[in-house]
Design a protein around this ligand. Sequence first.
Ligand code: PLP
Length: 412
Amino acid sequence: MDLQHWLGRAADAIQDWADTFGPYQQHPSLHVDDGQFASVFAEFTGRLKDNYPFFHPHYGGQMLKPPHPAAVVGYLTAMLINPNNHALDGGPATAVMEREVVAQLATMFGYDTHLGHLTTSGTIANLEALFVARELHPGRGIAHSADAHYTHGRMCHVLGLTSHPVRTDSQGRMDLDALEDVLRTGQVGTVVLTTGTTGLGAVDPVHDVLPLAERYGVRIHVDAAYGGFFTLLAGAGSPEGLPPEPWRAIARADSVVVDPHKHGLQPYGCGAVLFRDPEVGRFYLHDSPYTYFTSTELHLGEISLECSRAGASAAALWLTLQLLPPTLDGLGQILAAGRRAALKWADLIEASDVLELYQPPQLDIVTYFPAVAPATLTGIDAASARVLADGMTSSDPIYLSTLKAGHEGFTA
Ligand SMILES: *Cc1c(COP(=O)(O)O)cnc(C)c1O
């Protein structure tokens, strides 16, 4: 895709549409002349160079993928209109696109019914899931693994819920015995399972927790902010295929969160929350004196805690999923390539004398540590910090990140 060409086409298409409303004059106070703009723009683009090359293969630091050019064109085109997906009055076209992409995500997770919407982030999406959890089980808390994203403990605090961190096993997955100990207390209303933890990419055993949840009368929320799109590789052929059980089990979880702005190739500002039971919409009920006049259909703002949201995010995701649908043959091939790269990198590390694999990648996060003699934790810390810093300044740079791991994970 030639980005320059399509951005030009985008500006033309929106101008053609705008022209149908008749000519008008901009107020002179808005006027900026091109010469003035050019000098500020030069400073602006100069300052933007102070960045990491997120788009480049040398960048391996965080769970991000560069937005697909289709997402960029979709976002910028819709942004020229600037619809607000809070209400159908704010942008009918992008509101419909949002419904369609949310339905595609629900199908990807195997939900046969759903209520859901896009959010600004995984954090807000998880907040909404925990809010509904609280409404359904007032007075009962949330259990999540000790390796779950920090947002769960934090949002429990925001919502006035008690959070119960549950020990993980040697591979960073929630320990089932420890979970059952917490469930026996009767103090938990919802268990948060993470399919792809932010640090190790560990996949909690959703399928094994479902029967426990039933026995103890608790709900299940799956935080798949990072890992969600890997469900496309569940049961696929080797080498990149994943054991299908935890992924298939998401279809029976009460809610799930996925971040299209991580592995869905979207620019930031795109998370999603889905509930299996559309009836939970009742917890969102509110009236607004300002909006909701053009339709008696449920507006997105009536089923979401956020008010204004970029319609451009829905447009970007819609355009992307038209070209790369959430199937194994579509977006799945991109996830598969990333996973093959992770597996190959892990093999190279295993064969190396200077690095040691921390654990085999469960998804596409590769964890390792520098081999130091003697093998002390302070020695590993110092060497890791050096690899991080020197990697970025090298003439053939590599951009990494570090993860703080508990000493119990180490056998070195
Ligand atoms: C990234 C992430 C979040 C937070 O999502 P944001 O979009 O960064 O707000 C929550 N949970 C998990 C598992 C994540 O990886």
